[in-house]
Design a protein around this ligand. Structure first.
Ligand SMILES: Nc1ncnc2c1ncn2[C@@H]1O[C@H](COP(=O)(O)OP(=O)(O)O)[C@@H](O)[C@H]1O
Ligand SMILES: [Mg+2]
Length: 275
């Protein structure tokens, strides 16, 4: 999938601080809501091809960081770079076109539509449905021009996630776990390079969680760069090569699972709650 796309990016104009192995770089991101500073000068890099974890107590600013990185919320300050190119301030759909896609903590599929429609529907008729527009912008062209190829990719995704039998089922009838599979399938419809996943296992039973994890490991092995927010420390520790720890709006520390696990600051942050 993305190796050619990544290769072609090697020759694009780069910012001075660029490192070739960095897929996503965030510098000094900041965002307040009224009196609450949700994200307070967050900086980190996500290595190309890595499966990186983002953890931290409730309210640490993880989801808001995803919102800022993916253009769903405007930042007060800071920059975001994708493969060395400054993409700060771009809209979600523009970022999807550049290979960055995210899923939400609470799935946002269209409840009244079938699984297949959720994967293929053209967003131009969805005025106001910003999330769909942003998740499936690549389809705007393809649905009209290459409808068959969109359907074919949707079938591929349903097959990959073993939800073909649910193709004609309305999304509202899916279990929590099936919705998470659908969310991941939708994200992959646009063939991204970098996937930001916000608690993809929340509300998923252990069997399906293991299946989802297997998918993520396989996607990562296939070359996708994945940044994963997950509250279950063990899942992060067992699967991520690098872990970012957020606390009160900024990165408290980062390192390998072992380094992070034994870090006093991390233990204190979790024991102390998010206050
Ligand atoms: N749209 C918003 N309006 C007001 N406060 C917000 C908004 N989004 C997030 N927050 C606040 O920002 C802080 C960080 O939230 P969030 O990013 O969801 O944390 P996490 O995902 O780490 O649990 C919390 O205090 C939350 O209440
Ligand atoms: Mg969150």
């Amino acid at each position: 999938m993305s190796s050619n796309a990544s290769d072609s990016r090697e020759t694009t104009t780069v910012s001075p601080g660029r490192r070739d192995d960095v897929a996503l770089s965030v510098e000094g991101l900041r965002r307040s809501f009224g009196g609450i500073t949700a994200v307070n000068g967050t900086s980190f890099d996500v290595k190309d091809g890595s499966l990186t974890g983002l953890i931290g107590p409730n309210g640490a600013g993880k989801s808001t960081t995803f919102d800022l990185v993916t253009g769903f919320t405007e930042a007060d300050a800071g920059t975001v770079s994708l493969y060395g190119q400054d993409v700060s301030g771009l809209h979600p759909y523009q970022l999807v076109e550049r290979g960055l896609v995210r899923t939400f903590q609470t799935p946002r599929e269209l409840a009244q539509m079938t699984v297949e429609e959720n994967l293929t529907i053209a967003p131009q008729n969805q005025t106001g449905e910003n999330f769909l527009y942003s998740v499936l912008p690549g389809l705007r062209k393809r649905v009209t021009v290459e409808e068959d190829s969109v359907k074919e990719r949707a079938r591929e995704m349903m097959s990959l996630f073993d939800i073909e039998h649910l193709a004609s089922e309305r999304a509202e009838n899916l279990s929590g776990g099936q919705r998470k599979l659908l969310a991941l399938a939708r994200a992959l419809m646009t063939d991204p390079d970098v996937l930001l996943l916000d608690e993809p296992f929340a509300g998923v039973n252990p069997t399906l969680q293991e299946r989802l994890l297997e998918h993520l490991r396989q996607l990562n092995a296939d070359g996708y760069t994945i940044l994963l927010i997950e509250h279950d420390m063990e899942v992060i520790m067992d699967n991520c090569e690098h872990v970012l720890v957020m606390h009160q709006g900024s990165i408290l520390t980062q390192g390998t699972p072992d380094q992070v696990r034994n870090d006093e600051q991390v233990i204190d942050a979790y024991l102390g709650g998010s206050a």
